[in-house]
Design a binder for this molecule. Structure first.
Ligand code: HEC
Ligand code: HEC
Length: 264
């Protein structure tokens, strides 16, 4: 009798442990720009700045005709991340508020940039800034190999699934965490330990380590979106350049917090 009770308690404890491990394994840890993208959607930024912030809506009365995008247009409105922050918090920057020409322009347009100071928490503003900076391709790697890698990532279409610069995490129903893993995320080192594994993922669509693990394979095969095989599409030097880019993007140099706007 005592034996059965003991076995039951052990079983319950084991189940609790397994549940905790499961929660830990599957807990989302979205990168900042992806959190920003989801916030931008929830707070209506895309209704005016267009899908993804890439195609501004008509704004009759303004000489520029449309709401500016977060991509090429940003440079005319913001020098750096601090300016982007000011736009979001106050609906303008200190420099713009001193310009009589800008004040007249703003008043002649049908649509105005709202101030979100009282609608958002500090960390939400930081995530939104990360997203806006990403869409404008800022900051830019100073190393030419990493820069070439960023270009190839775009040309090969990796950004379709991994998001702009490989730094977003689009939903992926059926996958372990529920999203396409970003190269920016905290979970990246669990999936890619070193350059060799990176090369395996890109060349064969999976690393050898994951391919040999039945549980990992189960989730990879069950996900809606799957990592393609690029073996036949890679040029000489692509893997080295893309790895240099990923290394850069995971370094402090790639942080948007105080970066200048570099897009045009
Ligand atoms: C009602 C429409 C509207 C909404 C909603 C809106 N914006 Fe704007 N936004 C504008 C307009 C118009 C401008 C141009 C400002 C000017 O020159 O008067 C602007 C300018 C900006 C700028 C600087 C210029 C550029 O290139 O984009 C940023 C950054 C920005 N908005 C971010 C955001 C974010 C982030 C959100 C959501 C939290 C948001 N906006 C919501 C209309 C809007
Ligand atoms: C059709 C969507 C899609 C495209 C396009 C794509 N990937 Fe992936 N990638 C995934 C998915 C989904 C995973 C997660 C593993 C899986 O479920 O197969 C992944 C995993 C990875 C991983 C390992 C884990 C991580 O944190 O990212 C790397 C590295 C990677 N991809 C690099 C690339 C590169 C480089 C390109 C372009 C040459 C690319 N991917 C194109 C969907 C895609």
């Amino acid at each position: 009798m005592r034996g059965t009770a003991f076995a039951l308690v052990a079983l319950v404890a084991l189940a609790a442990l397994a549940a905790a491990a499961w929660t830990f394994l599957t807990r989302p840890s979205l990168p900042p720009a992806e959190r920003g993208r989801r916030l931008a959607e929830a707070h209506g930024c895309f209704t005016c700045h267009g899908p993804g912030g890439r195609k501004g809506a008509e704004n009759p009365g303004r000489r520029d005709h449309t709401v500016p995008t977060f991509a090429g247009d940003l440079m005319m409105y913001a020098h750096d991340a601090a300016d982007v922050r000011a736009w979001i918090l106050d609906g303008s920057t200190p420099r713009k508020r001193e310009s009589r020409r800008w004040l007249a322009e703003r008043d002649s347009g049908a649509v105005r940039m709202p101030a979100f100071r009282h609608a958002l928490r500090n960390e939400q503003v930081r995530d939104l800034v990360a997203y806006v900076m990403l869409v404008s391709d800022s900051p830019e790697p100073s190393d030419s190999l990493a820069l070439a890698g960023r270009e190839r990532v775009h040309e090969l279409g990796c950004t379709g699934c991994h998001g702009a610069g490989g730094r977003l995490a689009a939903p992926n129903p059926g996958s372990l965490k529920g999203y396409v893993p970003s190269w920016d995320g905290r979970d990246f080192p669990d999936l890619v330990r070193d350059e060799r594994e990176f090369r395996e993922w890109v060349t064969h669509g999976v690393s050898k380590r994951f391919h040999d693990q039945p549980l990992a394979r189960f989730f990879l095969e069950r996900a809606r979106l799957r990592m393609p095989t690029y073996e036949r599409h890679l040029r000489e030097g692509d893997l080295a350049a893309m790895w240099a880019y990923v290394r850069w993007l995971r370094s402090p140099d790639a942080s948007p917090d105080s970066a200048a706007v570099t897009s045009f």
